[in-house]
Design a protein around this ligand. Structure first.
Ligand code: F6R
Length: 240
């Protein structure tokens, strides 16, 4: 695991360049994408690079990590809406090549078809991750099995609190999400994770130090052969 302590601007540049190089080397590569605040700077740099003619996403396939249960695709807080508005609508990707788990589900039956779809596409070449203040990656909250595949997760109260900033009131935040599991994420060939701000300092400590345990979902990343963690000084502040 590599750790890079950088400014937000520098990490956005470096990660965006990694995405651009991955796509230019293999125009029909498979990208694993995240929502939330963390990847936004990278997505705007990818749009800029596309507008400057430095990259085309015409044959790229993408898989997103998660989607809230109960929000329709056109709900402003759904992750499909987020991806369309913050990336897909501004680049030349074919919408049918973009995948976001369907949040319109009542049971877990058939959710493993999302993992099958990723496998059939050849697996994820490059996965971007954020991290929750409680150490979650995707919506795999503390206690999630390291063997988990795509499933329905109950959001931890801390995650509901953190995400309430995007909703008018906290009771509008969905309490469940469909999420790729920890085993699904670990299959990606290369992973980059962004953690910025003091609110991520405890999670970064759990990620880099201490036990590899299901109580700290992100700690599983230490078992992956190709992970780079991008942190700013505030997120790194609890590492001595
Ligand atoms: C989003 C996701 C989540 C976020 C995490 C951090 O698709 O999977 O794990 O990455 O909750 O969110 P931000 O980036 O908003 O701090």
């Amino acid at each position: 695991m590599r750790v890079k302590i950088q400014t937000k601007e520098k990490m956005n540049e470096e990660i965006a360049q990694l995405f651009i190089d991955t796509v230019n080397e293999n125009p029909n590569c498979v990208l694993g994408l995240a929502t939330g605040s963390s990847p936004l700077g990278v997505y705007s740099k990818l749009i800029e690079a596309y507008n400057d003619g430095k990259v085309s996403f015409k044959d790229v396939r993408t898989f997103n990590l998660d989607e809230y249960v109960g929000l329709s695709e056109d709900h402003e807080q759904s992750y499909r809406y987020f991806m369309n508005h913050n990336l897909f609508d501004h680049i030349d990707i074919a919408k049918e090549n973009t995948h976001v788990p369907c949040g319109n589900v009542e049971s877990e039956e058939g959710l493993d078809s999302y993992d099958n779809l990723i496998d059939e596409a050849g697996g994820i070449d490059l996965q971007i991750l954020g991290i929750g203040s409680d150490g979650h990656i995707a919506f795999n909250e503390p206690g999630t099995s390291f063997d988990s595949l795509t499933h329905i997760a109950e959001l931890a109260q801390s995650t509901i609190n953190d995400n309430s900033r995007f909703f008018e009131s906290i009771d509008q935040v969905p309490t469940k999400a469909v999420t790729m599991g920890l085993a699904s994420i670990m299959k990606a060939k290369k992973i980059v994770l962004i953690a910025t701000g003091e609110s991520k300092a405890d999670a970064v400590k759990g990620l880099l130090m201490g036990l590899i345990t299901e109580k700290v979902p992100c700690s599983i990343l230490r078992k992956h052969p190709d992970v780079t963690i991008y942190v700013d000084r505030d997120a790194y502040s609890k590492i001595k």
